[in-house]
Design a protein around this ligand. Structure first.
Ligand code: TEU
Ligand code: CA
Length: 568
């Protein structure tokens, strides 16, 4: 099957780099562009097609670069624009593409646009942001910030409130204003002219708020409520994205990729965003599978229900089967490490379970994303004290519990499991001081397990987690059935076995995985007899399916291929 060149991203694998934590070249303890350049051969060796670079723009770093004060500059902490150009050139030389992070739901409060907006009620940029009068001497509505407290901040000098869905230093842009949209289109074009290959768009389904900013339903007496329904997938968001595509991409030659980050997005909305006929986005990041182990809030860890996790991802596979396209991810800079979360980070099962999770994700239909260190099976950090946490969301949560006189021990336990800090400890390059990340103490502590869990020990080992990721990425490039094949779940109610098939009229793959510590026998349909082993994560797997029962060792995964002569 030949695929149109414009669909190249359907068979691509993306690697996310979080620059603060990847590689530090100048010994200030913070990762930087020169550090990344020095490690690009490693990324190339993994076999990925695209790098997504988390923000390196000029920023006061209130939210680690997701608060941008100049969209056309590199923060000195990360390097210079010249170093960025050298980095981009090297990425292209190595045959990869670069996708930039586009953070335009909000800016930093230090952005000149906001400085002008806040300076006077009658200025030309006042209506670039949401300014509202007090209501009965208090906030204009009951929306809560996603980082805690109210979503409104009082400005003393002009005596109005401004809206910030995230931290108070991240004021929301008002996209109903065509000048705002044009300014965003301009900065996107500026980066595309520089040679970048697309964008990962931060909380892009939040850019259209409900008209009139109405209160969200809350419990009487509750001050600030989670108002996500008032700004996720709002009334004009599809128009804004279609307009963006038209203005920014329509007259441009090249192979681009766009992915929209979309908390709370539903499958029906995602199908609209990614329907190629609508020219909005190539794919979205949905969050449903990231909440299956959360209770009352994201730090209320309730344990993994594997059936719920499978059903969630399977539902998305089926929802976007005919129209639209999925992204596939376990990790990013906002999520705890998957081997600690959905796998088993006990030393006996750590490597096997990291490979099982990789196998079931990369076997599905969609574009897989790998977050730095995931390809090594990096684990959560053993946080013991609140002062080890760095993230604004973590700190706000902990301090909120402290001020309310709540159970800080439970709060710290929840943060240790679920906080974003887990994703942000330094990349573990080797067993040496600071894990080879920096020549001096890094901005976040290095995981003590770097003495045995590191890149140097894995890149040349044939049975490493890294080698398994390499093999999965290679398979995606080699077998069109992994890209196009229909997805059918098997044993959906089984609490330990994760199994499904991928089929085309002429070939079939069956993915079988044991997500637990007990050996399990799996019944397979007789039609799979004779299928041959493509990839397994443990030694001594049967080279083909010889009966209707396949026995899987603890945390074992295998991919079998039927009718290999016509794989796709
Ligand atoms: O995150 C958006 C988001 O809603 C969550 O993923 C967030 O990390 C958290 O779970 C809220 O409880 C994006 C970025 O990925 C994140 O790093 C930024 O902090 C956020 O937007 C604001 O720009
Ligand atoms: Ca540095």
């Amino acid at each position: 099957m030949t695929r149109p060149a414009s669909d190249w991203w359907k068979s691509a694998v993306v690697y996310q780099i979080y620059p603060r934590s990847f590689a530090d070249s100048n010994g200030d303890g913070i990762g930087d562009l020169a550090g990344i350049i020095g490690r690009l051969d490693y990324v190339r060796a993994l076999g990925v097609d695209v790098i997504w670079l988390s923000p390196v723009y000029r920023s006061p770093q209130a939210d680690n670069g997701y608060d941008i004060s100049d969209y056309r500059a590199v923060d000195p902490m990360f390097g210079t624009l010249a170093e960025f150009d050298a980095f981009l050139a090297r990425v292209h030389e190595l045959g990869m593409k670069l996708v930039m992070d586009l953070v335009v739901n909000h800016t930093s409060d230090q952005h000149p646009w906001f400085a002008e907006s806040r300076s006077t009620r009658v200025g030309s940029k006042r209506d670039w942001y949401f300014w509202r009068d007090a209501r009965d001497g208090a906030e204009p509505n009951n929306w809560g910030s996603l980082f805690g407290g109210s979503a409104w901040q009082w400005d003393q000098s002009t005596e109005q409130y401004y809206l910030h869905l995230f931290e108070r230093r991240q004021p929301d842009l008002d996209w109903t204003n065509p000048e705002v949209r044009a300014a965003v289109h301009d900065l996107m074009s500026w980066w595309l002219d520089r040679g970048v290959d697309g964008f990962r768009m931060d909380v892009i389904n939040f850019i259209s708020k409900a008209d009139g900013l109405p209160d969200a339903p809350g419990i009487p007496g509750q001050t600030f409520v989670n108002a996500i329904d008032r700004f996720a997938d709002g009334p004009h968001v599809h128009d804004y994205l279609a307009e963006m595509t038209r203005v920014v991409f329509a007259d441009r030659d090249g192979e681009f990729m766009t992915v929209g980050e979309m908390p709370a997005v539903t499958p029906d909305e995602a199908r609209l965003y990614t329907d190629p006929a609508r020219h909005e986005l190539n794919m979205v990041f949905q969050f449903e599978h990231m909440s299956v182990d959360q209770g009352a809030d994201k730090f209320d860890y309730v344990g993994l229900d594997l059936v719920a996790l499978k059903k969630s991802l399977h539902r998305w596979q089926i929802a976007l089967a005919e129209t639209g396209w999925n992204s596939l991810y376990w990790n990013n800079h906002d999520q705890p490490r998957v081997v600690s979360r959905f796998g088993d980070d006990h030393p006996d099962y750590w490597a096997a379970s990291a490979k099982v999770l990789a196998t079931v994700l990369h076997g599905m239909r969609g574009t897989p994303f790998v977050y730095q260190g995931e390809e090594l099976g990096m684990t959560n950090y053993p946080f013991r004290h609140p002062w080890e946490l760095q993230d604004i969301e973590s700190l706000n949560y902990y301090n909120g519990v402290l001020e309310a006189g709540g159970d800080t021990g439970a709060a710290l336990a929840g943060l240790t499991r679920m906080s974003r800090d887990n994703a942000r400890t330094p990349m573990q390059w080797d067993a040496g001081p600071h894990a080879g990340f920096s020549s001096s103490a890094p901005w976040m502590p290095v995981n003590p397990n770097h003495t045995w869990l590191n890149a140097e020990s894995q890149v040349c080992a044939a049975d490493s987690v890294f080698a398994h990721y390499q093999a999965l990425i290679h398979l995606r490039h080699r077998l069109p059935i992994l890209v196009d094949g229909d997805f059918t779940p098997l044993m959906a109610e089984d609490p330990q076995i994760w199994a499904y098939t991928r089929t085309t009229p002429t070939a079939g793959l069956v993915v079988l995985a044991n997500c637990g510590r007990d050996t399990r026998a799996v019944d397979v349909d007789p039609e799979w007899t004779g299928a041959t082993l493509l990839l397994g994560n443990l030694p001594n797997a049967e080279a083909s399916i010889t009966s209707t029962t396949v026995e899987l060792a603890p945390w074992e995964a295998r991919i079998y291929l039927a009718r290999p002569g016509s794989a796709g």
